[in-house]
Design a binder for this molecule. Structure first.
Ligand SMILES: NC(=O)c1ccc[n+]([C@@H]2O[C@H](COP(=O)([O-])OP(=O)(O)OC[C@H]3O[C@@H](n4cnc5c(N)ncnc54)[C@H](OP(=O)(O)O)[C@@H]3O)[C@@H](O)[C@H]2O)c1
Length: 248
């Protein structure tokens, strides 16, 4: 997925007209669920480009430098191949990465990005999001900035509920480390895809800030590709830390 937090600067977002059309199609989907009583079937997943030492940005990320100091290579694999993505216009990946990336990106029907990701991406232009077709829900305790038309939610449960309705039978993709941790803590995250880039950043924004319970992961797929290793896991239910000590 879906991880470029500065599409606006990269000029990769679709035109406003396209986005409006996408949004109205998604709104129709939401109405169908609400009116017709069809249960959404989406999973909640996160897929982030991460350094080997576990950072999704270098130090001091900001709207001017969304991936922080030294963090730019985290996104190199989107553009260093010769296979165009079928989902994200302008992305050219290796054949191995294109298969993994498009499979995940094509499953996403709504995105939850939390406030720092949103702010560091200059609000995705006030009406867009990080995915070319999936509508955005922003997780924040603060009110939306003036003029923003994206949906906002004040806690992870509400954000997932809104995004799941928008996604229909597609998946909800999360963006941001704190958002991912909040979803894990709430028992709402089902899959993690770490696009592990061979770089040590030595500091920055951790992919997994603290959360209260330990989770074992089951391996879904591992794909070694040029410039990145795709590690795809499913979460198993949490268990309290200290189980091991008690059972010995
Ligand atoms: N490498 C990648 O693939 C990738 C992808 C996406 C983003 N990024 C980068 O990741 C950085 C942001 O990650 P991050 O972990 O620092 O922050 P984050 O998860 O994007 O956002 C943190 C903010 O989200 C809100 N928030 C978090 N949990 C919440 C909850 N449970 N309820 C309500 N609001 C909640 C809070 O906003 P309020 O202060 O408004 O309450 C909090 O300050 C950005 O620099 C972005 O560029 C990297």
């Amino acid at each position: 997925m879906i991880v470029v937090s500065s599409f606006k600067e990269l000029n990769l977002l679709p035109s406003g007209d396209d986005r409006d059309q996408d949004r109205s199609e998604d709104d129709d989907t939401e109405s169908a669920h609400l009116d017709g009583g069809v249960e959404p079937m989406s999973k909640v997943i996160t897929a982030l480009s991460t350094s080997v030492d576990g950072y999704i940005t270098g130090p001091d990320p900001s709207p001017e430098q969304a991936l922080g100091r030294g963090g730019k290579p985290l996104f190199d694999w989107y553009f260093d191949g010769d296979v165009p993505s079928q989902v994200f216009e302008g992305f050219r990946l290796s054949a191995e990465s294109a298969r993994v990336f498009d499979q995940v990106a094509g499953r996403v029907g709504a995105v939850i990005a939390s406030r720092r990701t949103y702010d560091h991406s200059n609000g995705f232009g006030g009406d867009g999001g990080p995915h070319p077709t999936a509508p955005l829900v922003v997780l924040s305790h603060r009110p939306p900035p003036p003029g923003a038309t994206q949906r906002f939610a004040a806690d992870i449960e509400e954000a997932v509920e809104i995004a799941s309705r928008l996604a229909g039978d597609r998946d909800v993709g999360l963006q941001g480390g704190q958002t991912t941790a909040a979803a894990i803590a709430a028992g709402l995250l089902q899959e993690v895809i770490v696009h592990q880039v061979p770089i040590l950043l030595g500091g920055g924004t951790p992919l997994f800030p603290q959360f209260p319970l330990a989770h074992e992961l089951s391996q879904v797929e591992v794909v070694a590709a040029p410039g990145v290793t795709h590690l795809h896991y499913a979460l198993t239910p949490a268990r309290p830390r200290g189980d091991e000590e008690r059972s010995q």
